[in-house]
Design a protein around this ligand. Structure first.
Ligand SMILES: [Cu+2]
Length: 139
């Protein structure tokens, strides 16, 4: 009996270490967006149910940003909402299943701003509530 208990404790420890490692890899390193030759900061973001990848991008203030948004879903529509009144960020674009589109904007203020998908089906929780959000860090 004692041996089983011990085995459980060890298994529990192993599982919790594995879970911690998985969580750390999920809160991944921020993606530092690089400049194209034309001075535009370009990055591709993949939309899936229910995530953005990468979900933490870092750009520089006062320089244009171009996001290439690609949905890899088969049916589920998603969108990309990035709004902040104080810094005049206002992006809201639908990204249909399987589609790719680009959006351009120039963030003028430094800070960390959330982007998210506010789609939802009927009375179910929104995609944002299911974890479909990320952050734009303007430096
Ligand atoms: Cu969505």
């Amino acid at each position: 009996m004692l041996r089983f208990l011990l085995l459980f404790l060890i298994l529990g420890a192993v599982v919790s270490v594995a879970v911690n490692a998985a969580e750390e890899s999920r809160s991944s390193q921020p993606t530092i967006v690089t400049f194209g030759e034309d001075g535009v900061q370009r990055v591709s973001i993949v939309l899936d149910s229910h995530s953005y990848s990468p979900d933490h991008i870092v750009v520089q203030a006062g320089k244009p940003v171009e996001l290439k948004l690609t949905s890899v879903t088969t049916f589920t529509p998603h969108n990309f909402v990035l709004k902040d009144g104080a810094s005049q960020l206002s992006v809201e674009r639908d990204v249909s299943a399987g589609k790719t589109l680009t959006v351009q904007f120039t963030p003028m203020q430094k800070g960390v701003f959330a982007f998210y998908c506010d789609k939802k089906l009927l009375f179910f929780p929104s995609h944002r509530e299911k974890g479909m959000e990320g952050k734009l860090e303007v430096r």
